[in-house]
Structure formats: structure tokens, C-alpha cells
Write a new protein. Sequence first.
Length: 146
Amino acid sequence: MVAEVPTTSGALGVSTKASGVPEPETPLRAAARFIARLATGNLAADCCIFLCARTILARIIRTEPIMSDPLIIEPAITADACVIWLHGLGADRYDFLPVAEALQQRLTPTRFVLPQAPTRAVTINGGWAMPSWYDIVARSPARAID
């Protein structure tokens, strides 16, 4: 089963304080809810989820534009592991959907998360806008990354 995960509560991205006063939802709050949803209860899997998410979140919070919702393939039984599969430059979250679905047939208690990189200008590709996790500034052994 594939599900789109909302990143905000409500159409306007508004959460409510204990006082009942609405406040805009920040990317950090949305990310925290998303990470909590991925938790499996398995300490090793949850540590991996946290480490991957922390790296991705650092990029989301530091840069614009915002990532769109990931695809999440839920297992038929309770998840005890989670795979976060990042696509490559110019690809999108649907490119690896058939692979994730095929893997889930053998890894039945595993949740698969396929995030979508934001569309941004990529310097090394002449500034063309495409899905990219970060800007690639130059081609070199050190690979300049912004």
C-alpha cells in the first residue's frame, strides 16, 4: 500500500497551541511528526531512521525550496525495519517504486520511504532546475557541493 504523508496539519499548515490559538507549522515540527510516524520500535532501525532524517532535515531547514511529501510503502504486518531510499539527480520518488515493491515481497515487515528531492537549479547542469538534494557546483575529485 502506498500512502502520501501530509507534512502539515490542516490546509493552511496550522497547528494549535495548548491555549487553542493557531500557529503556523514550522518545517521542524512537520519533520518531527514525520520521523515519529516512521518509528518501528526496533532500536537499531529507529537509530538508523533518526540519523538519516537528521541529515535530510538539516538540508531542508537550511535551504529552500521545501521537499514535497514522500511515498511510504507500508508493510501488511507491523514494521520492524525501515528503508529510506533517496533517488538520484533529476529522478523522482516514483522511479524506485517498482524496486521497493519488489523488495517488500521478500522483506515483508519492512517500511519503505521514498522521499522527493526539491526542484532547484543545479549549477553543473547549466543552472537547469531539476530534482536535486543539493546544488553541484563543480566536477572535481573533491566534488564541490553547496
